[in-house]
Design a protein around this ligand. Structure first.
Ligand code: ATR
Length: 283
C-alpha cells in the first residue's frame, strides 16, 4: 500500500479555508486522472506567510492555491509571476518548479471557460459587473481581454469602483468603462447585455439578500452570479422569475480548479470537459 510519503502534495492556503470545496475538486481530479497526489487546506495567518512558503520549498509541495486574504500580499514572496498577474495584481495558483515559486491567476480563465461552456460570446457586449474586489478585478480584466464593448463597475464603496474602472481603462483604452453605486442611478439598464455579480451579497448565510434591484433590464438579459453557495442566490431567483438566463458560480469554481491543475501538471487536460462533468456531479 502506498503511504502519504509517496504522494505529491498540493494545498490551499488562506483564512478561513474550512468551507472550501477545493479539496473535493482537486482530490477527485487526482483520483480521476490516476495521479498519486493529495490536496490539503492550511489556515495561514498573514505573519506566517513568508515562513510557510519557505517550508513549502523544503517539503517540495508541488503547487498550491491561494485565497482570501493572501491573494495580493503573496506576490511579494514569489520568485516570478505570470503576465496576467502583472495586470491583475492577484495570485490564486502557485507552481513550485524546482524550488522556484511561480504565481498565476486562473479566476478569469475559469470564468471565461464557463461562458464558453454556456456558448456565450461577450464580444461587443455591454457588461455590468457588481463589486470591485479581487473577483471583480479578475473578471473585468478577462472580459476586457475578450473584447467587450463596455464595462460598468457598480460597487457599494464607490471609490473602489472608480479605482477599478481607472485600472481597466489604463490597460484597455478602447473599452468604454464607467462606474456607479449599487443603486445603478446612472446605468442605462436597457442597454446592459449581462450582469455579473462579484459581490458577496446573497452568499450563505445571508441568502435572502440581492445586491441590486433587477427591475428595468431588457428581455434577453444574462445574469451570472459567481456565488456557488447557495446554488441559486436571491438575485438568480429573481432573474429566473423574470425569464432571464441565469448561471451560478459552480462552473467557474470547477473551471478555475482545472486550470490550476493544467498549470501544476504542466500539460493540457485532454479530457477537460469529461472531467469537468464528473466533478460537477460530485459537488
Ligand atoms: P473577492 O476576492 O471575493 O472579490 P473582496 O475583495 O473582499 O472579495 O470583495 C468583496 C466585494 O463584495 C466588494 O466589492 C464589496 O464591496 P465594498 O468594496 O464596498 O466592500 C462587496 N460587498 C461585501 N459585502 C457587501 C454588502 N453587504 N453590500 C454590498 N457590497 C458588499
Amino acid at each position: 500500500m502506498k503511504t502519504i510519503k509517496d504522494k505529491d502534495i498540493y494545498c490551499l492556503i488562506g483564512n478561513p479555508v474550512s468551507k472550501s470545496l477545493s479539496p473535493i475538486i482537486h482530490n477527485s481530479y487526482f483520483e480521476l486522472i490516476g495521479e498519486n497526489s493529495i490536496y490539503f487546506t492550511f489556515e495561514i495567518k498573514e505573519e506566517e506567510l513568508e515562513l510557510i512558503l519557505e517550508a513549502f520549498k523544503i517539503l517540495n509541495v508541488k503547487g498550491f492555491n491561494v485565497t482570501i486574504p493572501h491573494k495580493i500580499t503573496i506576490i511579494n514572496y514569489l520568485d516570478e509571476v505570470s503576465e496576467n498577474v502583472k495586470v491583475l495584481g492577484a495570485v490564486n495558483t502557485v507552481r513550485n518548479l524546482n524550488g522556484k515559486l511561480i504565481g498565476f491567476n486562473t479566476d478569469g480563465k475559469g470564468f471565461l471557460k464557463s461562458l464558453e461552456m454556456e456558448k456565450i460570446d461577450v464580444k461587443d457586449k455591454k457588461i455590468l459587473v457588481l463589486g470591485a474586489g479581487g473577483a471583480a478585478n479578475a473578471i473585468s480584466v478577462s472580459l476586457a481581454m475578450e473584447g467587450v464593448k463596455s464595462i460598468i463597475i457598480a460597487n457599494r464603496t464607490i471609490s473602489k469602483a472608480e479605482t477599478l474602472s481607472d485600472r481597466i481603462s489604463s490597460y484597455f483604452p478602447k473599452i468604454e468603462v464607467k462606474y456607479d453605486s449599487l443603486k445603478l442611478e446612472n446605468v442605462k439598464k436597457k442597454e446592459v447585455d449581462m450582469i455579473v455579480n462579484c459581490t458577496s451579497v446573497g452568499m450563505y448565510p445571508n441568502q435572502t439578500e440581492s445586491p441590486i434591484d433587477i427591475e428595468g433590464f431588457k428581455e434577453n438579459l444574462i445574469v451570472y452570479d459567481i456565488i456557488y453557495k447557495p446554488k441559486k442566490t436571491r438575485l438568480l431567483q429573481l432573474a429566473e422569475f423574470k425569464g432571464y438566463k441565469t448561471i451560478n458560480g459552480i462552473s467557474m469554481l470547477i473551471n478555475q480548479g482545472l486550470c490550476s491543475q493544467e498549470i501544476w501538471l504542466g500539460k493540457k487536460d485532454l479530457f477537460f470537459l469529461e472531467n469537468f462533468e464528473k466533478i460537477r456531479r460530485i459537488l
